[in-house]
Design a protein around this ligand. Sequence first.
Ligand code: CUA
Length: 326
Amino acid sequence: MRRARTLILLLLVPAAGCRGMQHALDPVSGEAAFISNLSWLLYCGATLIFVTVMALAAYAIFGPRGRNPLAHRNLIIGGGIVFPAVTLTALMIYAFVGAPNLLLRGEPELHIEVTGEQFWWRMRYLDAAGKAQFETANEIVIPAGTTVAFHLRTADVIHSFWVPNLHGKLDMIPGHPKTMHVHAERTGQYRGQCAEYCGTQHAKMAFVVEVVAADAFEQWRRAQGNEARAPDTPLLQRGREVFLTSGCATCHTVRGTSTGGALGPDLTHVGSRRTIGAGLLPNGIGALGGWIADSQALKPGNRMPAFNSLPAADLQAVAAYMASLE
Ligand code: CUA
């Protein structure tokens, strides 16, 4: 009895992990719900079949000797031909009937272009004409109850866009733009991860999708569309000066300044992001300073060179300036 109870508890352990911010079995959209239901059907069906086959095997091995009822012709035809044919056909019909859940239903109201880069995510929010309104990195904010189109591209190698709570994964293949539609129902933060090996820092290529209420989204979108905050203290003014004169602007843009670099992330509102380095570190002056001084020590192989030749005071000032760009 005690053993049975322990066994049941052990079996329930995986089920306890069925909720979370990066979880295919905790769907927050119709698309992910279909995938989750299909997964459950397959898990339960496969378990049932496995247990039955093991029981039959045990009977064949340990059962009474003599004429074995399992060798009966009907059992072999039924279990070996009819059962798999019926089960697989039923599964195929279920998948065909449910598959439209993964396709576009209604015209998308929001278009976001997501580009996979080694090793971070470039997000461009597009207007009705397909022109970028603003650009951000490694964080996506979308309104709940709205159909969103993610236009997936890559700047270099194959990456894969995957937010398990929202949808299945879709590869970003050079020269083959693709579109994924998501209609998120539940607000919250959901973690995405590159799901195709793309180089040394593939595992550290994460992002966050935040699903918010419609009015909160409008507020966020307006704020992101604004130019960067002007520095209002001597420290921040010096920080901006360092940013403009030390080579940062070759790769980065801060809208509202003379910068226009496009190789690295747009930093206009970098201070408002939760993490830096594509989910690597929680954002803050310390993390920003450490990243600028030697990002190669934190994320070896990323494209940003170390700026450890900067004097400490300049480093401090530029980190403070970055953090102030909310
Ligand atoms: Cu990008 Cu793996």
